[in-house]
Write a protein that binds this ligand. Structure first.
Ligand SMILES: Nc1ncnc2c1ncn2[C@@H]1O[C@H](COP(=O)(O)OP(=O)(O)OP(=O)(O)O)[C@@H](O)[C@H]1O
Length: 556
């Protein structure tokens, strides 16, 4: 219930659109019921008038039928437009809302989620939230509103028939949907969870296809995915088993109500309390009234899935970011000397210390190199400086301002990062460069590429700056991708440079090109470089050694 209320609160800004959609649904249902009932009355009245030879005024009912038919068709069209517009606006806003909550959680809090699972939450779970309006709220509210009018109208002819209609509508519109929802809740939740696992599994398989083929593990992975798919089909089948009979029973209730209405109405016609044409009108009206509740069994079944999706989304939204942003952020620093004092950090409250009592001072424009064995804590230090992870003890200041007083965005805004696996997006070189400076002119892009020593190579590609770099920059050589990333750093023009193994995995020639570009980039910027390559260490003033989380200046 709380999840439902939280969801409804998210819908509030779109209340007008949503209400307009519901209003149009009411118009369509009433026009539909009115049309069949009036048509039944009209045909019977014309037949009886033919038999008796009495002429009736048929212009008004014929015009009424035409008007209701137009209202029904036009209303349905407008209803589809408005409800879909409302839903799409809502979905767009929900995605942005979710992303805004997701961003501060990266990377610390998101490391335990699988990539495919997050994707599934962003896409499928958010999408299924629109069910709440389209398939649950709109039909339920429209049904509640129309049932009142329908029963009141019927009571004008016969209270008994009105009560029978009401009983049938309550059975088909409340009792059956509630039973369906109760029965389908479990399989609905299961379906959402299995679908998420399936997506995560398929994403993993696609990403690791190379490894799976090399280690001949593809058949096993296929079996795992097939098993998940079977479980999904089983839970969907269970839902269909519930939905099918529910829809059948709703139809039965409608026909029973119509039959009973006829049984009550026929004596009334005999007694002269009702006219002959009233009989088919009442029968068709009662039958038609069930259109109002027809979508409800499926609506309530969808509720289980929607609430499960909402719960999965709220579980991320409610996660506290590891780093709390300062309530009153300090102004961005104007100097860029970095001082680290007695710094200690660990990833989990009871885990081992990844960094212990680190002291380090780098003057503005100074360059230091850090070497150390794998797992000694080098990357952890960078994570802490970039405010990706929190530190528990000590302090870090930038130009005299504590990082704890700066917004994470401010800190990252003054740093350019070049990592071993700097991410290039699967788009053009131009778009990858614009990431660092969205408004960069052609001349600025060329300048950055020239400084990164890759301009000539980019010009030699047939599409030049519009060359698509491929998934994670796969269509470029390692050295080229690294230099595009350096060009991006030139464009960002940040005063602090963070380099994590910038020449790792490159051959001697590529390493030379990248180092030449880096030498220019490092001019006048405060630089921290993690590397174990002697060639790279030539670019720094001092070298430190990281050993099991402790930092010492190298004697060599
Ligand atoms: N996200 C994390 N969660 C928990 N522990 C982590 C995490 N990242 C790193 N660690 C742990 O912190 C310690 C330091 O790791 P770190 O990645 O900083 O080492 P490194 O010196 O950069 O290693 P490498 O040279 O292999 O990149 C290791 O024991 C590692 O297992």
């Amino acid at each position: 219930m709380t999840d439902l209320l939280r969801l409804l609160r998210l819908f509030r800004p779109y209340a007008l659109w949503l209400l307009a959609g519901i209003g149009l649904s009411v118009v369509v249902i009433l026009a539909n019921v009115g049309l069949v009932a009036l048509a039944g009355w009209f045909i019977a009245a014309m037949a009886l008038s033919g038999l008796s030879g009495h002429l009736i005024e048929y212009f008004t009912p014929a015009a009424g039928i035409r008007a209701l038919a137009i209202l029904r068709t036009g209303g349905r069209y407008a209803e589809r437009l408005v409800t879909h517009e409302a839903t799409l606006r809502l979905l767009a806003a929900l995605r942005v809302w979710f992303y805004q909550h997701l961003e501060p959680l990266a990377p610390a809090r998101l490391q335990y989620y699988r990539g495919g699972d997050l994707l599934s939450r962003i896409r499928a779970d958010i999408d299924s939230l629109d069910n709440l309006y389209l398939r649950v709220l709109a039909p339920t509210i429209a049904a509640a509103a129309t049932i009142n009018l329908i029963v009141a109208f019927m009571a004008a002819f016969s209270v008994k028939i009105a009560l029978i209609d009401l009983a049938g509508l309550v059975l088909a519109g409340v009792a059956l949907p509630l039973a369906t929802q109760r029965l389908a809740r479990w399989s609905g939740r299961r379906a959402v969870a299995i679908r998420a696992d399936l997506r995560a599994g398929v994403t993993d398989t696609a990403r690791g296809l190379g490894e799976l083929l090399v280690y001949q593990a593809a058949p096993r992975q296929t079996e795992t995915i097939a098993a998940l798919s079977d479980r999904l089909i089983t839970s969907q089948r269970r839902q269909a088993w519930i939905a099918g009979p529910a829809a059948g029973l709703a139809g039965l209730a409608a026909n029973l109500a119509m039959g009973l209405a006829l049984i009550i109405a026929i004596p009334l016609v005999r007694r002269g309390d009702l006219t002959g044409p009233d009989l088919p009108m009442i029968a068709l009206f009662v039958l038609g009234s069930f259109e109002a509740v027809a979508p409800l069994p499926i609506a309530f079944q969808a509720l289980g899935e929607t609430l499960a999706a909402a719960r999965r989304i709220f579980s991320i939204i409610d996660t506290e970011p590891t780093i709390a942003e300062p309530a009153h952020p300090a102004d961005p620093p104007t100097r860029f000397d970095l001082r680290i004092t007695d710094l200690s950090m660990r990833y989990t409250p009871d885990g081992p210390w990844a960094l212990q009592h680190i002291d380090l001072a780098i003057p503005q424009g100074g360059r230091i190199g850090i070497i150390g064995e794998t797992g000694s804590g080098k990357t952890s230090l960078l994570n802490v400086i970039l405010r990706f992870w929190a530190f528990q003890e000590g302090s870090i200041t930038l130009g005299g301002v504590s990082l704890r007083d700066l917004r994470g965005e401010t800190t990252r805004g003054v740093c350019a990062v070049l990592a071993q696996q700097t991410y290039l997006f699967n788009t053009t070189i131009r778009a990858n460069l614009h990431l660092a400076r969205p408004g960069a002119t052609e001349a600025e892009l060329h300048d950055a590429l020239r400084q990164a020593q890759i301009l000539d190579e980019v010009h030699s590609f047939s599409a030049g700056l519009d060359t698509i770099v491929g998934e994670t920059g796969m269509r470029l050589s390692g050295g080229q991708a690294r230099r595009i990333a350096i060009a991006r750093a030139f464009l960002k023009d940040a005063p602090i440079l963070i380099l994590d193994e910038p020449t790792e995995g490159l051959d001697a020639v590529s390493e030379r090109d990248v180092l030449a570009a880096l030498e220019v980039l490092m001019q006048g910027r405060t630089t921290i470089m993690i590397t174990h390559r002697p060639q790279s260490l030539r670019l720094v003033d001092r070298v430190f050694v990281m050993e099991r989380g402790r930092l010492k200046q190298s004697k060599g």
